[in-house]
Design a protein around this ligand. Structure first.
Ligand SMILES: C[S@@+](CC[C@H](N)C(=O)[O-])C[C@H]1O[C@@H](n2cnc3c(N)ncnc32)[C@H](O)[C@@H]1O
Length: 293
């Protein structure tokens, strides 16, 4: 039986639960772009409404209009903004995602960096996962580096993971994942670097403490004008986040990231983001998604 439908314009006029009025959608889209750099074209309105429903319910509100009023209330703004950002960001990630980058780190980047600056117990390689999500990218870097050290690389390493979203950072810190997440991890590395939950009813695993102690996570917004990060990073991964930003924002973010690389350091972007070489002069492209300074 056909469901009764609201006539066009009624939802907007009456602020029906579950829908955003035009001015409210525009206000949220502007706020999100200014704060996070993520553009929300009108086509994303349905997605935003769907994702905000949970937040409206969690706050005990009855409709989106009340939500927008609550958000723009000065007393609650800072706290609620964090939740809004979580609602609009996409956190998809995997261990060994886009594996060619990890092959490049092992076979080219680290050997070149060692040639340039020498190795030894004092040599502390610094890697940064600049949109870390739940930490799989940062832990994959740690697996590759630790495996190289076991194979004779004379260096130590530290890895920083940053992201704007608090819930994903909490997961990254815990480093507990569903067993299925290990599918892309080569079996011998999965055995060495993950512990199965002792409780057999939980199909979970945890990154071993030796790796966890070398990886640190902190909240950081790529839109900030300065980043609280060292200026001698060897390798930065900033993958699958630039795609959300417009060209001027990409240029600013990539320029700022590169200012944290040591000479000869590398920047990796996602495979759908290879256009960044057009936006930052002086960045040398050595593979479609790999750059050096
Ligand atoms: C699709 S995930 C990518 C994760 C990982 N880099 C990968 O490629 O597997 C994008 C991540 O970027 C984060 N993000 C979005 N906007 C951001 C911003 N302005 N500053 C920092 N992180 C942001 C999101 O919270 C999300 O965790």
């Amino acid at each position: 039986m056909p469901q009764p439908q609201l006539k066009p314009g009624w939802a907007e006029t009456f602020g029906v639960a579950g829908s955003l009025s035009d001015p409210h959608f525009r206000a949220l889209a502007q706020l999100i772009e200014a704060q996070v750099g993520i553009k929300l074209p009108p086509a994303k309105r349905f997605m935003l409404e769907g994702r905000l429903q949970k937040r409206v319910r969690a706050l005990g509100l009855s409709d989106m209009g009340q939500y927008v009023d609550a958000l723009f209330n000065a007393d609650q703004f800072e706290d609620e903004l964090v939740h809004l950002i979580d609602v609009v960001t996409t956190n998809k990630t995997d261990f060994f995602r886009e594996p060619a980058h990890f092959d490049f780190v092992r076979n080219t980047a680290i050997p070149e960096l060692m040639k340039l600056r020498g190795g030894g117990p004092q040599r502390n390689l610094k890697l940064w996962s600049a949109a870390a999500s739940t930490g799989m990218e940062a832990y994959t870097m740690a697996i590759v580096l630790d495996d190289m050290i076991r194979a004779g690389l004379r260096a130590d390493f530290r890895i920083l993971g940053t992201d704007i979203s608090n819930p994903v950072l909490r997961m990254a810190q815990k480093a507990i994942y569903d067993i299925e997440a290990l599918t892309p991890v080569p079996e011998h590395l999965a055995k060495r670097y993950f512990l199965r939950s002792r409780d057999s009813s939980r199909a979970e695993c945890r990154v071993v403490p030796e790796l966890r102690s070398r990886v640190n996570f902190q909240r950081m917004n790529l839109m900030d004008t300065t980043y609280p990060v060292d200026r001698d990073v060897d390798i930065i991964f900033c993958r699958n986040v630039l795609i959300y930003f417009d060209k001027p924002t990409q240029r600013k973010v990539v320029t700022r990231l590169c200012s944290h690389l040591r000479p000869g350091g590398y920047l990796m972007v996602g495979h759908s983001e290879s256009m960044v070489h057009n936006v930052v002069p002086g960045l040398k492209q050595i593979r479609p998604t790999i750059f050096t300074v």
